[in-house]
Every structure is written in C-alpha cells, then in structure tokens.
Design a protein. Sequence first.
Length: 446
Amino acid sequence: MVYFLLLVLNILGPLDSLGTKKTTFAESMIYGEFILPSVQVVDPRSPFHGRTVDILVVDGQVRAIDEANSLNNAPIIEWARGLLLSPGWIDGRARSGAPGHEERENYDSLVAAACNGGFTHVALMPSTHPARDNRPSIEAIPEYDSLAWIPIGALTQGLNGERLAELADMREAGALAFSDDKHPIDHPHTLQLALEYAQGLDARVWSFAMERSLCPTGVAHEGAAALKSGMAVIPRLAETVRVQRDLAIAEYAGGAIHLSGLSCEESVDLIRQAKLKGINATADVAIANLVGSESDVESYNTAYKVLPPLRSESDQMALWAGLYDGTIDLVVSDHDPMDHELKNCEWGSASFGAATIERTFGWFMAKQRSQDALELWVEAVAHRARRIFGLGTVTVNVGSPADFTLFRLDGEPKEHASLGVNYPDWQQVGRAEGVVLDCAVWQAGS
C-alpha cells in the first residue's frame, strides 16, 4: 500500500488548488523570441568559437547570429550581456532524494541546484526509495521548462544485482541507460545478460567498478592519510579487478558498457587498452576525484567522504590525462545530497556522498586554469555527453536548438539551492550565470 501511494503521488506530481499537475519551474521565464546580447562563444565545434556575438532565438531555435550589438528586433536578456556561452552542459550522474527521501533533495531543489550549476540536462540515477526500476517510476518523473531529465533506469529489480528489471518497458518510457548506481553487480552472468539484452534496446549499461568484498568496511583510500588515522581502507585493487572483469564480459557479450566513477591510474590504463581493442566502452570521472585528494580526509570533514574515495595526487594526474586524451569521456558531478543525520557524525558512521552539482564547473576551472581546460570542459559535458546519451548534436550555430549555458570565469559562489548539507570546500574559479533551454530562460540565483 505504501509503494502504491508513493507511486500515485509521483505520477500526479505536486498539485495546485484545482488538482492540475505543475510542470513549470517558477523561476524560469518563457519567451517566444529573445536576444542574448554580446555573448562570447566557447564552442570549438562552432564557426563562432571565440567571437562575441548577438544570438536571436525564435520558438526554441537559433534564428540568427550576428556581430555584437547588431540585433534589436526582440526582447533582450540584459543580464546575459558580456557572459560566456556554450552548448548546454549535461551532468551525467546525479541523484534526487525523491521519491522516498525528499528531506535530502526534492525535484524542485535539484532543478534549482542544477540550473545554478549551469546544467540544462541531468542524468537522474535510479537509487530512490522505491528504486526507479519499472515503467511507472520513469513516467512519474515530473517535467520542467528549464531542465531536461535523462532518466536512468535500474538495471536489476530493487537494485539487488540479481534479476534484471523491466528494461524494455523503461526504455519505451524514456530511460536512456540502465544502472544500479553504486550498488555492485556481483554476478557476472547478470552483467552479461544485461549487455546482451540492452543491445536490442540501443541502450548503454552502466557499471560501478567496486569489489566491496575486498574492502567491506573501507572508508578511505589506502594511503598515508588513512594509515596515519587508522581508517579502514579501500585499495585501488577493489576498483581495478571490477574494471577488468566488466571489460572482459563486455568484450565477450558485446553491447555498450559505461564504467562509472574511475578513480585510479590503473583503471584509466585498462579503459585506454579496451578502447584500442575496439570494445564499446565509455567511462566517467566524478569532479571530487579530479579536484580532491586523500589529504582532504585529514580534516575529518565528512563532506569529503565519497565513493570511490579521494585518492593520491598521482591518481588524480592520471585521471586528468585520461580526460584530455579521451580515455575518460565524461566529467560528472556525482551529486549525492545528504541531510545532517547522515553527515554530521564521526567519519566511520557517515554516509558516502557529496553535494556537488552547483560548484562542479568552478572546482574544475580552479584546478586547471587554462583555455585548454575550458575547451575540455565544454567537450566533455556538452558534446561527449550528448553522444553517449544519444541526444543529438547542439552547437552554437544558426538552426541549432536553443540549449545553452551562460557562465563566467570569475565571481563568488552563489547561495546553495540544494538541500544537501555535504558541500566540500574546495577553491572555486568561475560559475554559471544561467541556462537557456528551448523557450525557457533561467538566471542562476533568481
């Protein structure tokens, strides 16, 4: 009965006094046509890359691009003037508390946080209560004007790693990939069946590479910081043995596999070799593992307790190298908001996870302050992400869909919209200022 009531509430969504489903995010403005004035284009795939231009959008499509201050035949979005603009950013891995734990994050707060972070699309992981493992749970995800969801359906029923979930039904309902999030797929045959079955659905199977039997009580990287404090460790081996196994199964079964959450040098090498062999494999890295290291855990601030754990500086360098050469395809926020009960406690008792979606870009740019890093960011979160999810191409050009992020390379962080209390305190350089999606225009912090 409880499951039924949760399902009904999620299908109906929040209701107004007349009982109609609300699908419009209040802070977004809807325009039939508008001009983005004097924006500097950051899109290496665009003929306007590096130029400052006016962009006219009509009915959700770019109608004209001309020299700055030359277009004036439509309402002007004045707050966008002088900002940088790229194709809309896609977050390949994030979580909402809804349904089941709305005190951690609800849909409205996640949309606001994602837009604050500059994301126009967010891949929504299925680790909810109940798990998003059937067609009604995919259809129950509410729609918003300023952000598009990328539904990720559960790979197995209840995320238990055993029986496959209703993959075909969820695919028809809009799921674009399948994953058990950070719940391990312990049975190799289950992964084999999933890869074989998903081939017919034109969907990618996501696997989180962690062999927990090698570190059942582990809470930190096996390095100097953990050894000094006496923390139970999570060795690199726990990740690499799963990467090896999953790639071997993918090579045998065929299909498309995505390895989530790489964190160590050996894993990057394994993915690089697999791609050279022609295995249809992709991979992502969480922003925490790109900017944080094992030294952060010495503060005992549980916002830095993430999975996979923050590892060594040499591992971090290998992750950046893999991202630059295309071995690693995506940068993801891995947003996992928590409340005080889960994080305001001793390190060993705290849950894994960090609230990251609003500051992912600023942390990324603080770590590597260069034009190459900026262009790498756009390539990873705008272009590679669209290819992996099959979303089609978006470039800054006439005729393209209006799907843009507006941002700057300076400025202080804005107030958090996420309900999560577990924000790491890394240095931030730059921030998103707003997003455009079709006819919706949303200003960060509004």
